[in-house]
Design a protein around this ligand. Sequence first.
Ligand code: ATP
Ligand code: MG
Length: 351
Amino acid sequence: MHTIVGTKKIGLLPADGIGKEVMPCVVKVLEALKAPFEYVNLDAGFECFERTGTALPDATVEAAKKCDGLLFGAVSSPSHKVEGYSSPIVAIRKKLDLYANVRPVVSSPVPGSLPGIDALIIRENTECLYVKDETIEDTPTGKRAVAKRVITEAASKRIAKLAYQMALKRASLHNRQGKVTIVHKSNVLSVTDGLFRESCLAVAEASELHSIKTEEQLVDSMVYRLFRDPQNFDVIVAPNMYGDIVSDGAAAVVGGLGLVPSANVGDEFIMCEPVHGSAPDIVGQQKANPIAMIRCGAMLLEHMGMGKESVAIEEAIQEAMHAGTLTPDLGGTATTTEVADFIAKRAVEIF
Ligand code: ATP
Ligand code: MG
């Protein structure tokens, strides 16, 4: 492929299920906008595991490291334990030190979305109960099972710093005060969640962050408030597992999993992936909503300094919603491809 100066190399990991159906949609939109990207196809996922014996081949990791950014589709998680299989997405986050999962949760003009929501969930990605090699989970007798999780001051402060920086940035862009909500359960888990909470509060003490309001929510109350009063949140920061649960809940109040993108970010690198999974129940039926994946492309563009292209994509998505060009999850009858074609065409015209 011809490489122009400034071309960025983007690794594509469609992986499993509807990941394979929505990945071509985002590429279509990016190509329509002539984004200066060179694409590299990379193998990963459960199907890759069944084919090759590994869910994340070394060659994929090596090639991914040479890219400027990655787009990930979705990975199937088998409901039973499969010997030798572990999630490639968790491994990739760890190998590339993508320590934060950033999920914008914004109201949409679709049935099922409440109005006035504009929140950013920042989930810690590298520790807590989901990170297999640090979580000790065991059941020696089969009758009693134990899980021990790791929470560190360093990882908690790192994620809190990102949350406060994002709150500052959003406050200056949108001319609002800015608020960070720290999610934990330190009244019960006083040692681990207590450390997370104290680390976040220590970061909040930094003088340049005093303009940002800080509030705390116990995770159960957080879920309640999210459903009752979702407009009240700005930046939300949470340890890995609470962040996962809170973000699926948040997706429910803005129109569903088919709409919400996320970015896994490290100091140097970004990998964007939709919040949804591989959706085996709708695979191969042209029912997958491609908007979450297309929004991942917009996040990638914004991260790489192409804000105008990113805004054009979001405006085209809003038009598709107003026009009722929607997949069945949003009550429409359009196919995956029809939605993507509409957005690609309008994004170019708007741009
Ligand atoms: P996985 O183990 O891969 O997460 P899952 O069975 O949990 O698979 P999800 O992908 O998490 O499935 O989806 C949960 C529900 O939301 C499913 O009913 C699925 O069809 C629906 N869904 C998820 N993503 C989309 C999408 N992009 N478009 C339409 N429906 C979706
Ligand atoms: Mg799922």
